[in-house]
Design a protein around this ligand. Structure first.
Ligand SMILES: *Cc1c(COP(=O)(O)O)cnc(C)c1O
Length: 465
């Protein structure tokens, strides 16, 4: 076979892709028919494709490229580490400097007594580790039946069998024989879609109290942990009402339930603090990390656990680990990423400059005829599209139809903004400047106007009964 390069015509690359590459979360037959976009390089907040288009990436890849694309320092760190020690494992009484250094750095950055790191290759793997960590923890404390993990509908915790079981995505649970036993789901704090006649504060409390009801129903001595994203990401950037998290914390404390904060998206500056738990004022016993840990430059994830859990797990042989736990090249890249985040004060930039500027513009989108609520925390935002703001109506068309039309307009205008059902979401690189945000909004407004015109023309601006 001849070498496949960036210089080939797009159609040829698309055909080769369709022939042998199976895409995740896709209907591959449709992709081969329509042809996929071929991304060739990236710099800062812009992607380039094989047609020479410059695309503003308001999703930071998949919520991960926090420091932006094209930082040579990370490439250099990877090359240096590959030459020195490309691989060694951390099983069987061995370690290496990148794993030592990264674990120490994370212990320093993480709040409270979250001082110990179990490494994985991804967020999914880390959440699988969490299932085994919390169950082993209670078993070692003489409570092997305290093994149920409570999660939420419409949560995303990964795509492996264990992590997708924790997640609450109906479409995922419909395939492949999941969930695994002893995972229980409560409702999400999505006021716009599910709040009915309640005020947001009242609804937030009600949804948090579902945790208490579930614990009482299942039995306090059966529930090991509650897992949640500080802000639901893949579920549509769902920001809980202010009353929600304090009540969740109270319930976890009262019933001695381990709180797992899935920080895979919220961690490393995205919410304007180092971790989303700090922004939401919660004190988790375990944090799941991945994505922004390396800004996506290398695959790495992990679980940061507190002193108590590390002690209990440490007193037994924990029969769990991955070939690539603490991979030296990925760890070196993550360390360099954290150095840049810290030295360039990128989390401060988010909190003091980028997020306030973005928030003002984002919330003003509610004056657009298609937009109902606009939610934003730090650098993750969502808008709910609606045919009728006052009643928070859903569209008569199948959920996601309108979101998809809007996403296609964004794509055509060289803006990556995703849709989750009929919500549009953004999660741009943390380094965006006010000028970048201005450019982003030119494209957002154009795309929303075009989508609105098309939806109106097709007679789709109609509410469901
Ligand atoms: C992406 C994501 C995961 C899964 O991470 P992978 O690296 O894709 O396995 C887990 N939790 C949350 C909150 C995520 O957004």
């Amino acid at each position: 076979m001849s070498t496949i390069t960036n210089h080939m015509p797009t159609a040829e690359l698309q055909a080769l892709d369709a022939a042998h590459h199976m895409h995740p979360f896709s209907t591959n037959a449709d992709l081969s028919k329509d042809g996929v976009r071929v991304i060739t390089r990236a710099k800062g907040i812009y992607l380039s494709d094989s047609e020479g288009e410059q695309i503003l990436d308001a999703m930071a890849g998949l919520w991960c490229v926090n420091i932006g694309y094209g930082r040579d320092e990370l490439a250099d760190a990877a090359a240096r580490q590959m030459r020195e020690l490309p691989y060694y494992n951390t099983f069987f009484k061995t370690t290496h400097v990148p794993a030592i250094a990264l674990a120490n750095k994370l212990a320093e950055l993480a709040p409270g007594d979250l001082n110990h790191v179990f490494f994985a290759g991804s967020g999914s793997e880390a959440n699988d580790s969490n299932i085994r960590l919390v169950r082993t923890y209670w078993a070692e404390k003489g409570q092997p039946d305290k093994n149920i993990i409570i999660s939420r509908h419409n949560a995303y915790h990964g795509s492996s069998v264990g992590s997708a079981s924790l997640g609450g995505m109906a479409g995922m649970h419909a395939q492949g024989g999941i969930p695994i036993p002893n995972v229980h789901h409560i409702n999400q704090p999505n006021w716009w879609a599910e709040g009915g006649d309640m005020a947001p504060e009242e609804f937030g409390l009600a949804r948090a109290r579902e945790l208490e009801e579930a614990i009482l129903e299942l039995g306090e001595n059966r529930v090991a942990a509650f897992i949640a994203e500080p802000v639901q990401g893949a579920g549509g950037v769902i920001v809980a009402p202010e009353t929600y998290w304090p009540e969740i914390q109270r319930i976890c404390d009262k019933y001695e339930i381990l709180l797992i904060a899935d920080e895979v998206i919220c961690g490393f500056g995205r919410t304007g603090s180092w971790f989303g738990s700090q922004t939401m004022g919660i004190r988790p016993h375990i944090m799941t990390i991945a994505k922004g840990l390396s800004s996506g430059y290398a695959p790495i994830g992990g679980s940061i656990v507190n002193d108590d859990i590390a002690k209990v797990i440490g007193d037994t042989e924990f029969n769990h680990g991955y070939t690539y736990s603490g991979h030296p090249v990925a760890a070196a890249v993550a360390l360099e990423n954290l150095r840049i985040l810290e030295e360039e004060r990128i989390v401060d930039h988010v909190r003091d400059v980028a997020a306030p500027y973005l928030k003002k513009k984002w919330e003003a989108l509610t004056s657009h005829p298609l937009v109902g609520e606009a939610k934003i925390v730090g650098m993750m935002g969502s808008i709910a599209l609606t045919p009728d703001k006052s009643s928070r109506a859903k569209f008569a068309s199948e959920a996601g139809t309108i979101g998809l039309i809007c996403r296609e307009r964004c794509f055509a205008n060289n803006l990556i903004m995703r849709h989750v059902g009929d919500r549009m979401i953004i999660s741009p690189p943390l380094i965006v400047t006010p000028a970048d945000i201005d450019e982003m909004f030119l494209r957002i407004h154009k795309s929303l106007d075009e989508a609105h015109a098309e939806i109106t023309k097709q007679g789709l601006m109609r509410a469901a009964n």
